[in-house]
Design a protein around this ligand. Structure first.
Ligand code: F6P
Length: 549
């Protein structure tokens, strides 16, 4: 725990003074003053080349930000996480998603990780071995459904961290996935989600993976119950459940209570946060889609970035750099959002995945000690694949009145080469970063012969910061590294803000209130309502609208 409150840390105070000095400095001037800037302010690890030169920073800013990370205890808290200490203080839990991708100890080696008396690496690899066996049997057709047919469709039922990781990974790595099996993902309790997922499928060829860390989530249990009804009614026997359902959970009791044999359950542990779980058994659908070998590659990519985060100096440490820059914009420039724009169609769900990772982690208003913070914490993360976003919302990033730092993610090669498409795509990555940074001056606009009245409209102020992340080609390994990069960057921000990035108490109240309202919506007789006047009126209006009364 950082001993000194954030605003009292020396580096913070120095940054406040420094911000006042340099906040008006333009990237044009920073680049003009240092012809090597674009090569100097770069770092590289695990297949990701990060160009952070187009940020509103000087060497002094960067040194102070690194000092802030040090003074905030980033190295100590990082090491405590890797050791399995209970750094999730409000839930008194270890935070060990990094153990999910630790390689199996080689025979004869004693390298392992014992946490709370348990050899977690051995546990992880025992589950991975069962997942491999199961995935192989599904992919080969050896595993048979109730009527003896192989599995043609896999549906992951889960929500939040039990959905976003699997969906994102499936979409991102589709190029590597088997095309023999259809994969679908049901998350929303809106019945449309389930109805559309199964409408063209045969139950006797369909496997449901019910994914829920707690196995107590309303949406997932409701969808799982509908899935079970659908299978039982199509196949005419309760016994079919055993052949068409497996569970992924930390809660064996609830899995059994739901009616899934725990022999068909793949476990994980309370030290894996939901939004940090795509590389646990929650990735079962990913492993079936990719095959065990490519899933191992994904894990290796996560591990590559873990090792870099653990050992690289803070000043060239990718997660630390992304983390401190995010704090710089959030707390000094007052930026409320960060855009993440992958120029890779397969990464279309990556921004949605990042939203849970970043916003559930750092959307916190008290410190570890429970004191209300007197500074801003987590930014809103959002994004869309390029170039689509350029033709919708980039206008506001270029000429709006709010400062939106953007991460642009580009690739040197595409998985689907076609004419000049990829160079056209990549030219936009570089062009956007250039336009955002340098803009277009009045003089330039005038020199184009623009009528005077239109000049102000066409001026681009520039000085809009970007990080460019340039990678070779999208592989399972690269995806693992990319996700781990953001995981650790979120943690770095959380350490500086002195908050618990691993709990999520804020989502509980809405769940409790929904439980109270459900019977008020389903009751046949008019219920007596004791909410506020707005909620009461909405419930009454809903009841009368749905019955047409
Ligand atoms: O409501 C938020 C949340 O608890 C997330 O943190 C979690 O990823 C999601 O719900 C799903 O939870 P579970 O995997 O336990 O069903």
């Amino acid at each position: 725990m950082a001993a000194t409150p954030l605003r009292e840390r020396k580096a913070w105070q120095a940054l406040e003074r420094h911000y006042a000095e340099i906040s008006g400095t333009h990237l044009r001037d920073l680049f003009a003053a240092d012809p090597q800037r674009g090569e100097r302010l770069t770092a590289e690890a695990a297949g990701i080349y990060l160009d952070y030169s187009k940020n509103r920073v000087t060497d002094e800013t960067l040194a102070l930000l690194v000092e802030l990370a040090e003074e905030s205890g980033v190295p100590q808290r990082r090491d405590a996480m890797f050791r399995g200490e209970h750094i999730n203080v409000s839930e008194n839990r270890a935070v060990l998603h990094t153990a999910l991708r630790m390689p199996a100890p080689v025979p004869g080696s004693t390298a392992t990780l014992v946490v709370d008396g348990q050899d977690v690496v051995a546990d992880v690899h025992a589950v991975l071995a069962r997942m491999r066996d199961f995935a192989t049997r599904i992919r080969s057709g050896e595993f048979k459904g109730f009527t003896g047919k192989p599995v043609k469709n896999v549906i992951n039922v889960g929500i939040g961290g039990s959905d976003l990781g699997p969906v994102m990974a499936y979409e991102a790595l589709r190029h590597y996935c088997t095309r023999e099996i259809t994969f679908r993902f049901v998350s929303n309790v809106d019945s449309t989600d389930f109805a559309e997922a199964v409408r063209d499928l045969s139950a006797d060829e369909t496997l449901f993976i019910i994914s829920s860390k707690t196995f107590g989530t309303l949406e997932t249990l409701t969808n799982a119950t509908s899935a079970r009804d659908w299978v039982v009614s199509a196949l005419g026997s309760e016994d079919a459940v055993a052949n068409h359902f497996v569970a992924v959970s930390t809660n064996a009791e609830k899995v059994a209570a739901f009616g899934i044999d725990t022999a068909n359950m793949f476990g994980f542990w309370d030290w894996v946060g939901g939004r940090y779980s795509m590389d646990s058994a929650i990735g079962l659908s990913t492993m079936i889609a990719l095959g065990p070998d490519q899933f191992d590659e994904l894990l290796a990519g996560f591990h590559d970035m873990d090792e870099h985060f653990k050992s690289a100096p803070l000043s060239s440490n990718l997660p630390v750099l992304l983390g401190v820059l995010a704090v710089w914009y959030r707390d000094f420039f007052g930026s409320q959002t960060i855009g993440v724009m992958p120029y890779e169609q397969y990464l279309k769900r990556f921004p949605a995945y990042l939203q849970q990772l970043t916003m559930e982690s750092n959307g916190k208003h008290v410190t570890l000690a429970g004191k209300h913070v007197d500074y801003d914490t987590g930014a809103v993360y959002w994004g869309e694949p390029g170039t689509n976003g350029q033709h919708s919302f980039y206008q506001l990033i270029h000429q709006g009145t709010v400062l939106i730092p953007v991460d642009l993610i580009g690739f040197a090669r595409t998985l689907n080469p076609l004419g000049d498409h990829h160079d056209y795509l990549s030219s936009n990555v570089f062009a956007q970063a250039e336009a955002l940074a340098f803009g277009k001056t009045q003089e330039q606009v005038r020199a184009e012969g623009t009528p005077q009245a239109v000049v102000p409209h066409r001026v681009m102020e520039g000085n809009r910061p970007t990080n460019t992340l340039l990678c070779d080609i999208l592989t399972p390994r690269l995806l693992g590294s990319l996700v781990a990069l953001y995981e650790h960057s979120v943690f770095v921000q959380g350490i500086i803000w002195d908050i618990d990035s691993f709990d999520q108490w804020g989502v509980e109240l809405g769940k409790q209130l929904a439980q109270r309202i459900i019977p008020e919506l389903t009751a046949v007789d008019e219920p007596s309502l004791s909410h506020d006047s707005s909620t009461n009126a909405l419930i009454r209006r809903y009841r009368s609208m749905k019955t047409g009364s």
